[in-house]
Design a binder for this molecule. Sequence first.
Ligand SMILES: *Cc1c(COP(=O)(O)O)cnc(C)c1O
Length: 458
Amino acid sequence: MSGVPYKIYLPESAAPRCWHNLRAVMAKMGCLPEPMLHPGTLKLCTKEDLAPVFCDKLIDQELNTTDEYIDIPEELVSFYRMYRPSPLVRAYCLEQRLGTPAAIYYKFEGNNTSGSHKLNSAAAQAFYAKEQGLAHLSTETGAGQWGTALSMACAYYGIDLEVFMVKISAEQKPYRKMVMETYGAKVTPSPSDTTESGRGILAKNPDTGGSLGCAISEAIETAVKKPGCKYVLGSVLDHVLMHQSVIGLETKAACDMYGIKPDIIIGCAGGGSNLGGLMSPFIADKLTGKNNMRFIAAEPASCPTLTRGKYAYDFGDTGRTTPLVKMYTLGCGFMPAPGHAGGLRYHGMSPVLSKLYHDGHIEARSYVQNEAFEAAVQFARCEGTLPAPESSHAIKCALDEALKCKETGEKKTIVFGLSGTGFFDMAAYGSYTGGGLTDYAPTDEDLQAGFDSLPVIK
Ligand SMILES: *Cc1c(COP(=O)(O)O)cnc(C)c1O
């Protein structure tokens, strides 16, 4: 065994004081994603266009293409200290069990009550809302992790929160709802009859289990109609990826401390925020010619945004109200099947990740539920930690890469993001161990129906 400990905890003094803004690097290298467009005029989206919906500081961050590092406010540094730095773990037991010459590391983000990386951006967004003097926030949540994280952050900063929770998740995960309510949030299953967009979706599709796209429409409508209320989003947008760069900056500092040089970085991708955050400083070095690492996004076969989607301008929501974003997408009308990795059931993908994928800087793989859960259980039984179903896709990908090394004898260093804990997903594990999980992948016709909903841009 080498001299690397099982767990690397950075000392607080080495914790990041700035976020990493990958867009500034992409701008410098001439590979910035296409800008957001106003859905009515098709002109560039300005700060004024976004102000009715989003907090001011977050819009500035979203549009910032010049500053590679942005200071984390002092109060937020303190909030982060409650649960960060998160450990970078060397999976010695897993390596032995696999008999692979590869070194496997994972960055575990599930050690806070929300159970995932989402708290990194929730804390930042609630902080800026408070600074702006807002009394209310609205948001959507799929699997419930984002809603829980934001409930925690809003409780801390004294902000009222309404969460539109995808109906199928609210039914599958009643405890998630209870945690949010414990932290003081109001939780509404979506689609609901409390908004125009919700009523519209229900009229067309009364039995739908909902989707993130629907819930986003309801949350935005609520923010726009209610005075002193703004909308916040837990993934996809550039400022969210930037907040999540604390994951990557900590990982890089930990690697530098022990001379670890990753060859492959892997993360699951729903909207792209945990992977985007983990790889941010590493892919910046790749873009500027300082390393030759590989980056892999792992997604569910049931919602194959990168592997089977189109790179096109699309809406972020089903109600077609958001700015148009150039991204990999299955079409804003795509209704993903009700799989258990709820956090990965989104039709679109971060524009930053989409652009990097389109330009060939990152790879993508998709996995069906059963193979992801099989990997999760294998991992849990030798590393101890029970992974979130979303994270299991990254594990499956890491196992595959480690087994390739076993064949070739290559001693690669693999780092993957273990984005969350599976404690709230026991019903899903129950279905898996009981043999009741079905694998589903949309047919080309299903996908075509989604693509038909793409806006036509002249
Ligand atoms: C939300 C979530 C994801 C997917 O979101 P990204 O923005 O792609 O990171 C992945 N894992 C967990 C545990 C989540 O809660």
